[in-house]
Design a protein around this ligand. Sequence first.
Ligand code: NDP
Ligand code: MG
Length: 381
Amino acid sequence: MKKISLLGATGSIGVQTTDVIRKHPQSFQLYALAFGRNVEKGMQLIQEFQPAIVVVQSEQVKDALLQHGYRGKIYTGIDGMYEIATHPDVDVVVNAVMGSVGLSSTLGAIEANKQVALANKETLVTAGHLVMDAAKKHNVSILPIDSEHSAIYQCLNGESKKEAHKIILTASGGSFRDKSREELAGVTVEDALNHPNWSMGAKITVDSATMMNKGLEVIEAHWLFDMPYDHIDVIQHRESVIHSMVEFVDKSVMAQLGTPDMRVPIQYALTYPKRLELNQTKELNLVDIGTLHFQEMSLERFPCLRLAYEAGRIGGTMTTVLNAANEQAVDLFLNGKISFLTIESFIERALESHHVIHTPNLETIQQVDEQTRALVKSYVN
Ligand code: NDP
Ligand code: MG
């Protein structure tokens, strides 16, 4: 029985993680959970799973939970998440919060020798070297939940990394894959949130539409699999059936396929190296699908992908800026303050004005993150 600490329990990945836990009560126990502000969903999960500890974003949300009759142990904020990520009774930490706010908990979980199932890709983009150094030092495995990285992890199983020559990430293309650059000028928040293949949280759905999501994933792959940027390709694949591929030194290519259902990579991250049944997911029927399509990704059409490669190659605090500028710009877009195309121009401006610091420590990363958010907000006026 693995005791799980679930950060971001009320979100898209969080709720699908509870689905997996619910199906395997003999294997998993939801020991602690953290969420932001969704008291209704949070209360529902608390009543069902009876976690020993609950963490919420703020004192205000804590008061709301107490008013709803919660009487158990409760912590707040980033410190609270850190507490349940490092708790001695916990075996596995599932980090499914949105944004770089998840960083200190990821680091804490590694230092406390927990198994880490990571959906929170922003952690690796903002501070990949700190996370991977800590993982190596503490001999902790980071099991990716992101479907592409889970696919790569599955393809690499049992192979030495030296034999893997190239990673090929697939991209569905997001909500606006069939629109030209000109057509993007007038798109709305509602349009952006309408993803063709996956149902996800708001921020990552916008990231998929700008293609920044794939950019973040390139950086995530660089850190997780120790792969140079020149050996990470992205191709468009609209059906999202092949979740990613690995090319080996002998030109053999391995791919992982399946219907688009995040519960598969979530469960794999919890059960690795074993697999368990997952009855609720649909079988892949290639005959029904008939044809799979592949297309080159244009860095002109998707400048956010270009910016991510550029920032990744420079490294250091450049990817911290990339991530923080993106989080802030997407937030402004979702709140109706800026247009869709302004997201990429704000990110580019922030990157251009930054003087990189190589191998920054945690404090420097947190400072750069805060400064970048303030800078991007100031662009609005
Ligand atoms: P959601 O927005 O659906 O969920 C985010 C979760 O984090 C919610 O539970 C939210 O709480 C919580 N949260 C946000 N801020 C805080 C905070 N300051 N303190 C505590 N909790 C907080 O996001 P997703 O589930 O879509 O994505 C989560 C992560 O997984 C992201 O890093 C994303 O890139 C990654 N990912 C997601 C995929 C998907 O299919 N959704 C696929 C691959 C990766 P509340 O809602 O209660 O405020
Ligand atoms: Mg992904």
